[in-house]
Design a protein around this ligand. Structure first.
Ligand SMILES: *Cc1c(COP(=O)(O)O)cnc(C)c1O
Length: 375
């Protein structure tokens, strides 16, 4: 049985005709830079995100960088990030000579919380970057309240959570990336809405901020050859936008299919001693960018090996916490011991999760896991 971590070929086969036609017609139109497809995609994604302004850019890391560049921050200003996440958020903070402050995460949701953020806030703190890790929203309402109380910007890293929706206490629902000042996402091929190369976008509900983000992504240009800000050159390719327009129409179906696979994993892996299944929050939907297990009792690496011997890929997201990375050790600071992050780095294991997983594959994966715990 051939099992992939993410089955991009299988997914393409389902939409091949639509994609091929879109790519060929984009090439024939020859508007490779900022062609019609780019603004059409931004409009359609804006609609999907309940009216947020969408500013496409070259990748998710650029989105985070441009977001920070738009906020009038000064060198040395502090930005709070989780210590258990992908490197991109800490990286752009460092590039802009801001200071990262790494905070621990919740052991069940894997996300930072208002409680882990609060003690890290100083007079230098200017922004918080919550990351909606693995497809579920950080608990945003208390974070937004805290940010408001302290006058902080909130930039959501929604690269893994496009389509996830968070429910506030009063019943209001908002999509990941549209709750803070700016949301950032990535269209890296393996993301839930992935293109066939690199791509990314920023979202904001604030029209002025949208303008500034748009200018910064385009050389800080107000109009051609008039530069108001120091910017960057960060664009979504027209061909990628054409592909994303098609895939966006399938996004909710893709999320449903990921959830169905997660439900099957849940029921087949339920009750194994030494294995903790992903927690589902009541206030956020889950789009299962990853299905991430916690393996207790120091057996994670052995399980990973056991799966790989059976031809089943499994990945450790993330094996080393940001604060342990050489590049970040000497700069910025950390809040507390980050002991939960350390525990997670030693125990998490993500198993195959994508839109094409079938029952037979899931059964084979879960049987292989069950066999490991019986031995
Ligand atoms: C993928 C990802 C990014 C970066 O996106 P790129 O498009 O690869 O630059 C940033 N943050 C998180 C949480 C991600 O998963």
């Amino acid at each position: 049985m051939n099992i992939e971590m993410v089955d991009l070929k299988g997914q393409y086969a389902q939409i091949q005709q639509e994609i091929d036609e879109a790519v060929i017609s984009t090439i024939r139109e020859a508007q490779f830079i900022n062609g019609f497809q780019v603004s059409a995609f931004a409009d359609e994604l804006s609609c999907y995100l309940d009216g947020a302004h969408v500013i496409p850019c070259a990748n998710g890391t650029d989105a985070l960088q441009i977001a920070l560049m738009s906020l009038d921050l000064r060198p040395g200003d502090e930005v709070i990030v989780p210590s258990f996440t992908y490197v991109a958020s800490a990286e752009v903070i460092g590039l802009l000579q801001l200071k990262h402050v790494m905070v621990d995460v919740d052991p069940n949701s894997f996300n930072l919380t208002a409680d882990t953020i609060r003690p890290a806030i100083t007079s230098k703190t200017k922004a918080i970057i919550p990351v909606h890790l693995f497809g579920q929203c950080a608990d945003m309402e208390p974070i937004l309240d805290l940010a408001k109380e302290k006058g902080l910007y909130v930039i959501e890293d929604a690269a893994q959570a496009i389509g996830a929706s968070y429910t506030f206490k009063d019943g209001t629902k908002k999509k990941a990336g549209t709750m803070g000042h700016i949301g950032c996402t990535s269209f890296f091929p393996s993301k839930n809405l992935g293109c066939y190369g690199d791509g990314g976008a920023m979202y904001t509900m604030d029209p002025e901020l949208a303008n500034r983000l748009r200018m910064i992504a385009n050389h800080g240009q107000v109009k051609k050859y008039v530069h108001k800000y120091i910017g960057v050159n960060s664009r979504l390719d027209t061909i990628q936008a054409a592909i994303l327009r098609i895939k966006l129409r399938h996004l909710d179906t893709y999320s449903t299919s990921r959830n169905a696979s997660a439900d099957k994993y849940d029921s087949l892996l339920n009750g194994i001693k030494g294995l903790v299944l992903p927690m589902r929050q009541s206030n956020s939907s889950h789009v299962f960018h990853q299905y991430t297990l916690k393996v207790t009792g120091d057996r994670r690496d052995a399980l990973k090996k056991h799966l790989e011997q059976a031809g089943i890929p499994a990945m450790i997201y993330y094996p080393i916490s940001l604060n342990e990375q050489e590049a970040y050790k000497a700069i910025g600071r950390v809040e507390g011991e980050l002991s939960i992050t350390q525990d997670l780095c030693a125990s998490v294991l993500s198993i195959p999760m994508h839109t094409e997983l079938d029952d037979e594959q899931i059964k084979f994966i879960t049987d292989t896991i069950l066999a490991f715990f019986k031995s």
